[in-house]
Structure formats: C-alpha cells, structure tokens
Ligand binder design. Structure first.
Ligand SMILES: Nc1ncnc2c1ncn2[C@@H]1O[C@H](COP(=O)(O)OP(=O)(O)OP(=O)(O)O)[C@@H](O)[C@H]1O
Length: 248
C-alpha cells in the first residue's frame, strides 16, 4: 500500500459492469481538511466512485487509501464507516415522528440508544455539541419541530447535521441541492462551507450555481476518468469540459 499524506487517495481505479467501464483508471487525491466538488455528465461514474469509497462496490483494479493507512479495497462497508467515512444520500431519511433535536441526539448517541434517549437527559457535552450542530445547520429556531413538518431543504440540512453528529473524518454528500429552491441551494452552500471548517467533504452535484457558491476545487469526471481539475472558472474554460458537459 502506498504511503501518502492525503486523506483519500484513489489511483488506477477501474470498475467494470459486464465489460462496460463505469470507472476507467480513475485517480483522485483529497487533502486533509479539503472540500472537493465532483461534477460530470450523467453516467460519468460519480455514484460508482462514491460506492467504491464506501465499500459498496469493489473495484476490479486500483488502490483506494484512506487516511494514509487503510486500504479500502480490502474492507467491507461497515468497517469503512467505522474508520470515519460518512455518506449522505440524495433522499433524506430523518425520523419524521421525532423533533429536529431528538434526531440529532439520536445521531450523537450513535443510533443505538433509543432507550437512553427516551429515559436519560443528554450529558453536558452532548448538549454543547447539539447546540454547535444546530448553529452549523442553521436550525436552532426549528429544533422542536417534528421531522415530518420540515421543508425538503430543512430535512437535508438536518441530515447533514446527523452526519456531522457522527463526526466522520470524511463526509461524502450526494447531490444535496436536488429539488431545492434557489434560496435553499444558497443556504446549503453556506452550511457545507461551515461544515468544512471542521470536516473534509466530497460533494457530488450537478447544480453549477451551487458549485460556484461552494468556491472549492472541482474535479470533472467523464467516462469514468478525471477530465479536468481546478477552480470552477478554470475547468469551465477548458474546451474539453465545455464539449462533454457544460456546453450542452
Ligand atoms: N450496477 C450496475 N450495473 C451495470 N451498469 C452500471 C451499474 N452501476 C452503474 N452502471 C453504469 O455505469 C455508468 C456510470 O454510472 P454512475 O451512476 O456512476 O454515473 P453518475 O456520474 O453517478 O451519473 P448520474 O449523474 O446520472 O448520477 C453508467 O453508464 C451506468 O449505467
């Protein structure tokens, strides 16, 4: 296994489905503390890449090294989650019959302790962390609302908060602004920028106004490989990126 100071290092990763290469010799390097946006046309391999990182899909070839020490291609999904990789899927899955606060407390307690949640008061440390997370996701005023009453955007922010409560070393976020209004999209960019002050993040998203608001380095995937990398302005000016993605 390669020695690297990167938080996440993919090299030569290939995934074939019936001979079709969803990932084709893909390389990617995420530094500790970084937030990276991954963009690319439908079928470029973005979801497959996230699946490889979380252990849902095993690559045919290539290296995937996390935190300079773990070879993720040898581990199952549960072990990878335990190492500190958390993923937020596109569709929110908050507990609708519980308040925002209780959803977060449950995530803080590691999802095991329904009983403790219902019977014991949160510790001082849990309460402090809860307040911090409510502030990062901007939902202090809604903390006593039931999950079922939240807007689509609020559910997404709550779920980002629930992931934050698990304190992963790397957060993977799949298309967080799909179905959001422009105002919600802008708020989501602010929330993730705040999250990135304490956590490394990889975010897959098609919405260019959102990617612009994030203001971070962008990787453009195309046909399972990296086509371009740099600021959004740099990759937007790349004729190959315009041809396969932005120009369409
Ligand atoms: N389990 C599978 N079996 C067969 N083909 C698959 C499988 N999963 C993905 N693919 C194919 O691999 C390619 C890459 O898919 P992937 O979902 O990773 O792309 P994507 O960049 O996430 O696309 P989108 O933006 O539409 O979500 C696609 O052509 C897809 O049809």
């Amino acid at each position: 296994m390669r020695s690297t100071s990167a938080l996440l290092y993919l090299s030569g990763v290939t995934v074939s489905f019936d001979g079709f290469k969803a990932l084709n010799n893909l390389s990617l390097l995420i530094e500790p503390g970084e937030m990276r946006a991954i963009i690319g046309p439908n079928g470029a391999g973005k979801t497959t890449m996230m699946d490889v990182i979380t252990g849902k899909t095993r690559p045919d070839t290539g290296e995937v090294v996390f935190d300079g020490q773990a070879d993720l291609t040898k581990l199952d999904e549960a072990s990878i989650a335990t190492l500190g990789i958390g993923r937020k899927f596109q569709k929110p899955t908050v507990f609708e019959n519980h308040t925002v606060r209780d959803n977060l407390l449950l995530a803080l307690a590691g999802m095991r302790s329904w009983y403790r949640l219902l019977t014991a008061a949160p510790t001082k440390a849990e309460n402090e962390r809860l307040e911090e997370i409510l502030s990062i996701i901007r939902m202090g005023p809604q903390q006593h609302m039931l999950g079922a009453r939240l807007s689509h955007g609020q559910k997404q922010w709550l779920e980002i908060g629930m992931l934050l409560a698990q304190n992963p070393k790397l957060m993977l976020v799949d298309e967080p602004v799909a179905g959001m209004t422009d105002v919600e999209t802008e708020t989501t960019a602010q929330v993730l920028r705040e999250v990135n002050k304490s956590h490394s993040v990889v975010v897959v998203e098609h919405d260019m106004s959102f990617v612009r608001a994030l203001g971070v380095k962008v990787t453009v995937l195309h046909e399972g490989s990296t086509l371009a990398e740099g600021s959004l302005d740099q990759v937007s000016a790349d004729p190959r990126v315009v041809e396969v993605y932005l120009g369409r």
